[in-house]
Design a protein around this ligand. Structure first.
Ligand code: THG
Length: 291
């Protein structure tokens, strides 16, 4: 069993620690035109108000880090990414997770960013490793490594572990410590492939045992194509935290998911005297009274 790693991210004035003995770190998923049509339409209209609102609301709902994606078809992604980052940083001061497959957008974002960002993402493909990891090293960032490569997404947990090992090894060769590599086992739609949830959970187990690294994933992906997604998301979230997930990319406004995260942390002894659970309860009560 490898020792659990500590990943630290920073914004201008805040430091966020990610470690398996600490509370689960929520990375808010909502600033994403690829995943959300309303954001896409706002950005296409040159309107950044929704991005600012999504930033504020997610942090108020408990996100410690925000994922930022600028994938608008036909747009100048490097320029749009920086514009979105600027708008987010005007309203909140939390570390950001830069979600792009475009090396030019990543370079622009890292040049603009003050602090230690989480790069989302690199994968096991040679081209990705060669373009992303030097930027991560140059800017002293941390990086999410996806368990996939030229061959696509491996079917078994053992094969995904092999990809994770390659990413960690290549990062290490460039001087990026294992504590700054966060592995994403890949969560896919369970409605399309019945074993999808299980292989994700098994991958988390293998990667944590071997490397002790922090684990992230797009945790809402599992429920694509299903009705009542929030219950599926919440249950899968608790199971994945038990397996070793430490920093899910998810929607903190979905109360079923947020409470599942807090309850899982409580059950695993990461919430002293249940203080975080009680605080979140009081906050929900207060919001109900106001409404
Ligand atoms: N791993 C890593 N990064 C990721 C993902 C991952 N980034 C993108 C994605 N997956 C995580 N982000 C989202 C964002 C939104 C949704 C899911 C994952 C989502 N959107 C609703 C939907 O599609 O039904 C909302 C639709 C809408 O409002 O238009 O669920 O896996 N490293």
């Amino acid at each position: 069993m490898a020792e659990n790693q500590l990943t630290q991210l920073r914004s201008k004035s805040r430091n966020v620690k990610i470690h398996r003995d600490l509370g689960t770190v929520v990375i808010g998923e909502r600033i994403n035109p690829t995943g959300r049509k309303a954001v896409l339409e706002a950005l296409q209209a040159g309107n950044f108000e929704m991005v600012r609102q999504d930033a504020l609301a997610q942090v108020a709902a408990g996100a410690a880090v925000l994922d930022v994606n600028a994938g608008v078809p036909g747009a100048d992604e490097p320029q749009l990414m920086v514009e979105i980052l600027r708008n987010v940083q005007v309203v909140v001061d939390v570390p950001l997770c830069i979600d792009t497959a475009n090396p030019a957008a990543l370079a622009a974002a890292l040049a603009h960013y003050e602090g230690k960002a989480l790069v989302n993402s690199v994968n096991g493909e040679a081209r990705s490793l060669e373009s992303v990891l030097p930027l991560v090293k140059e800017h002293g960032a941390a990086v999410i490594g996806l368990c996939m490569d030229d061959g696509g997404i491996p079917k078994t947990a053992g094969e995904r572990l092999v990809v994770a090992a390659r990413i960690i090894e290549r990062a290490g060769a460039l001087g990026i410590g294992v504590e700054d590599v966060v592995i994403d086992p890949l969560a896919m739609a369970m409605s399309a492939e019945s074993g999808a949830g299980r292989v994700t959970l098994e991958t988390i187990g293998l990667v944590v045992k071997e490397f002790g690294v922090n684990i992230s994933m797009g945790a809402s992906n599992v429920s694509f194509g299903l009705p009542d997604r929030k219950y599926v998301n919440a249950t899968f979230m608790a199971m994945a935290i038990q397996a070793g997930l430490t920093c899910p990319i998810t929607n903190p406004l979905q109360v079923e998911v947020s409470t599942a995260i807090l309850a899982a942390d409580l059950a695993l002894g990461r919430d002293e005297l249940g203080m975080r659970w009680i605080k979140a309860y009081r906050k929900r009560e207060k919001a109900l009274v106001k409404a």
